[in-house]
Design a protein around this ligand. Sequence first.
Ligand SMILES: Cc1cc2nc3c(=O)[nH]c(=O)nc-3n(C[C@H](O)[C@H](O)[C@H](O)COP(=O)(O)OP(=O)(O)OC[C@H]3O[C@@H](n4cnc5c(N)ncnc54)[C@H](O)[C@@H]3O)c2cc1C
Length: 372
Amino acid sequence: MRAEFLVVGSGLSGATIARMLADAGRDVLVLERRPHVGGNVHDHVHPSGIRVHTYGPHYFRTNDADLWTFVNRFSRFHPFEAVVKSQVEGGLENWPIAASYIRREIGTEWEPGFRGKPANFEEASLALMPRVIYEAFVKGYTEKQWGCAATALSATLARRFDVREDDEPRLMRHKYQGIPHEGYAHFMENLLDGIPLLKDVDYLQDREAFRAGRCVVFTGPIDEYFGFDLGRLGYRGQRREHQYLPDVDWAQPCGQVNNPGLASGAHIRTLEWKYMMPLEEAARLRGTVLTREFPFTPENPGEFEYPFPDAANAMLYEAYRQRAEAIPQLLVCGRLGEYRYYDMDQAIARAMLHGKRLMKGLGGGYGPNVGV
Ligand SMILES: Cc1cc2nc3c(=O)[nH]c(=O)nc-3n(C[C@H](O)[C@H](O)[C@H](O)COP(=O)(O)OP(=O)(O)OC[C@H]3O[C@@H](n4cnc5c(N)ncnc54)[C@H](O)[C@@H]3O)c2cc1C
């Protein structure tokens, strides 16, 4: 089969690029190896009627009004601002950590556990808080999440959280926050509406069957594209254990409870999905579904979730990136292609940048996979 643009992967990155090209009247074919579209934002409905985010909880947020308008073109969003609690000794406390909690536990004169230029994640976290707080909230969660010592991880990972001066419980403070009213699966189907698409097709198993006149946009794992021949990039995934409680309507005080304790089980968090549904709809449903997430190191590329944040993997990725860049008419992108954790709004924004570049290249042809 032949198309001007072959987009491999129907996640947010591939679907956004395909949408832009299709809207511009270009000939696009999307290939997806899973039986459903949408990549990791996909969701499904449990027999109880409760909607479950199949690959882990997805809270949409952005500060970009244009991006918010773009996503609202494909679905209504119901308001949802995630609230997260951490199970620490003494009960459930706000996450991110509130400075008021530190003052309550340690006193007003508390000192951070590290001063100077942090060389790793542990030092970067200790620069924000006293050691005892770090050990209660952060260390165990992180070491379970990544399966290694917090000192082995990049300092930049600590940029994903802070210590709050106020007691505001919202996880994020972005201007626009919500969840697609009829679910992410419906949202993704609308994003791809009218674009030729084949599911259950693994491009890497049958490359010769598909030809792109202008460009292959590959949004799968970059190391898998090259048959892992320079070595495997590190990833973490999550095994998910679901439990339906028919006689409990609400089990937790919020949608996500973190489990940072090493002694309290190998799971890192428990999700209660009803909180992520429109509340009036959730209130009509009987029982509740809880999901516990257990981190592991996947071999199967379909289970790759988080790129491993350390220097060795960054170097290996760079070697693959340079190889991909040298191949004409190939663009490797998205969270698996660029080996970078992107929130959904970042993945869409990045895909839009790639889409604009692809369209700029029209006429002259799209050449090497230049980093954007
Ligand atoms: C556990 C978890 C929780 C998250 N929570 C949030 C959140 O709360 N808020 C937020 O903003 N972001 C969140 N994210 C990030 C969000 O999931 C990503 O931004 C988004 O999935 C990126 O989309 P993508 O298209 O780049 O990748 P993907 O969604 O992985 O899509 C890639 C697609 O390509 C397909 N594919 C791969 N190889 C091939 C092949 N050879 N042939 C055919 N198809 C192929 C895959 O099957 C997949 O469908 C979370 C991520 C994870 C892992």
